[in-house]
Write a protein that binds this ligand. Structure first.
Ligand code: HEC
Ligand code: HEC
Ligand code: HEC
Length: 447
């Protein structure tokens, strides 16, 4: 055997061994190890107790999700890379996927990740969005799924109900774990019922995994400039008008299918800091999302202030009925009279400073509004106290002399809170931030 031949044979042998060796190495490293690890994690992991077993309806919904190719555009895996937890919440863990065969991790993201969907939107929102995504997000490229409904978003058929039931399970495992750990709390919202909400700690919304929440509280307030409002106007048209209406009259295309209804924004001269707060936290239990957590339309602090400033301008579009058009002139004496009359007639419900915290407040559904934050115009107050609010505890005061009614209306204007920085407004550690809330009655405020 010559040396040359021997060399080739040895090389072939080495290549064969190396080939098999590397194959085995890859098989162990990329196949077996993760398999053992994940199995071990799932078996021994106490957290898997939080993973819900799907009901037959939810399972059917999962099949519809697969059949309609939702996973072509949506992933169900929050990746451990920089921007993912920022947009979608806590990074996915293996134990959360127990019982999921086949898994729907998916790789493409034409739309946002849906791993935490149930934390972001309630069922009424899902129905409208599924019926036609453009009814909520005018810029959306997601197809409309009309065939899951009998003609309108208010009438989902079996398919629609099953699919939305399934969407409601996304993120449940993590939710239950958070409830057990206390990082998520049950809160009671008047007129809505018990909902899950993130507690506050050190002034921060404890929104596990959503890193930007910390960043938000450090973000400075921007000034109310023309360009800020112009930006706000644009964002309002894109993100808010579908529910609250282009003029803020509460009659956007999606509005009639939502419970509670979107608020009539043009009736009040909201404090910018109040609007900021509402946008920041969202309205638990309603279709109003937290815009710092909205995966599809994430707003930055600058955006939030811009929209808030724009919302303040909407009240110019409010139509106040003619009864309120011949006011008695405002004088210091009249305002003083109004103060005394407010204390007698209104404070039991609205509180001495109009903050919605009178002694009767907690007993009422819907709750009295925070007049100091909503800052209604005197004309609007006059209109309201003339007519009261049908279907709520808010009575009519038409028996009071006209002068007294105007006196109270002027006084309510003086209750407006000085714009406070959102940091200080929300920052009391350990204290539940009371959120003043408007209800359906306003969105259809007629009389
Ligand atoms: C062509 C791609 C595409 C397909 C297919 C698709 N979506 Fe979407 N989806 C999107 C886009 C883009 C958005 C973000 C804009 C929006 O809110 O409509 C979105 C948003 C969503 C959201 C809101 C996410 C959030 O938290 O903001 C849900 C829920 C959703 N889709 C569910 C579904 C379901 C269920 C299906 C299947 C029946 C589906 N999508 C099919 C593209 C798609
Ligand atoms: C999907 C529908 C929807 C969209 C989109 C939406 N909202 Fe809302 N919004 C609601 C609903 C419903 C309520 C009432 C919540 C309640 O009754 O607790 C509400 C409440 C509010 C309130 C609270 C008023 C109060 O006193 O309680 C403000 C302010 C507000 N929205 C502003 C906005 C702005 C600004 C945007 C755009 C960035 C927006 N909303 C987008 C549905 C929506
Ligand atoms: C018995 C309790 C009660 C008393 C007394 C009361 N209110 Fe109210 N008020 C309410 C409730 C409850 C609401 C919220 C109604 C709703 O959610 O639609 C409300 C709403 C309002 C609103 C907002 C209405 C809107 O939709 O625009 C104004 C303004 C108002 N009250 C002013 C007053 C004034 C001024 C007085 C005293 C003259 C007064 N209220 C007395 C319970 C009360």
């Amino acid at each position: 055997m010559d040396a040359h031949k021997l060399g080739i044979e040895r090389a072939v042998f080495i290549m064969l061994v190396a080939g098999i060796g590397f194959f085995l190495l890859a098989f162990i490293g990329l196949g077996l190890t993760p398999w053992f690890n994940i199995n071990h994690e799932l078996k021994g992991h106490k957290k898997t107790q939080h993973v819900p077993l799907l009901t037959p309806l939810q399972l059917k919904g999962r099949q519809i999700y697969i059949a309609n190719g939702c996973y072509y555009c949506h992933s169900q895996f929050v990746r451990p890379v920089a921007d993912d937890p920022l947009r979608f919440g806590a990074v996915s863990k293996a134990w959360e996927y127990k019982h999921q065969y086949p898994n729907l991790l998916s790789t493409r993201r034409k739309g946002p990740d849906l791993t935490r969907e149930s934390l972001d939107h309630p069922a009424d929102w899902e129905y409208v969005h599924l019926y036609d995504p453009r009814m909520i997000a005018p810029w959306s490229i997601m197809p409309a799924y009309h065939w899951m409904f009998d003609g309108s978003p208010g009438k989902p058929n079996k398919q629609g109900r099953a699919l939305v039931a399934y969407l409601g399970t996304l993120g449940q495992a993590r939710k239950r774990e958070m409830l057990a750990k206390g990082t998520l709390k049950k809160v009671f919202v008047q007129g809505i019922g018990t909902v899950l909400h993130y507690p506050y700690k050190g002034g921060r919304l404890m929104s596990p995994g959503y890193d930007h929440v910390v960043y938000f509280h450090k973000a400075p307030r921007i000034a109310d400039t023309r360009s800020a409002r112009a930006r706000g106007k644009h964002l309002y048209a894109m993100d808010c008008a579908s529910c609250h209406g282009a003029t803020g009259n509460g009659r956007g295309v999606a509005a009639q299918y939502l419970t509670p209804r979107p608020v009539r924004l043009n009736a009040f001269r909201f404090r910018a800091s109040f609007v900021y707060k509402v946008l920041y936290y969202g309205r638990p239990g309603s279709a109003m999302p937290s815009w710092v957590r909205a995966a599809d339309a994430f707003l930055t602090p600058r955006d939030l202030w811009s929209v808030a400033y724009y919302v303040q301008t909407l009240h110019r579009h409010a139509t106040v009925p003619p009864t309120a058009h011949a006011p008695i002139a405002k004088t210091a004496a009249l305002v003083k009279l109004g103060g005394a009359q407010f204390a007698t007639n209104c404070a039991t419900c609205h509180g001495p400073k109009g903050e919605g915290n009178g002694v009767l407040a907690t007993a009422l559904t819907p709750a009295p509004v925070d007049l100091a934050m909503m800052n209604p115009s005197a004309r609007w107050v006059y209109h309201t106290i003339n007519h009261g609010r049908t279907g709520t505890a808010m009575p009519s005061f038409s028996t009071l002399p006209r002068k007294v009614r105007w006196a109270i209306s002027y006084f309510v204007e003086t209750l407006a809170k000085k714009p406070k920085d959102i940091q200080s407004a929300a920052a009391a550690p350990g204290k539940t931030v009371r959120i003043a809330r408007l209800t359906a009655a306003q969105s259809s405020a007629h009389n």
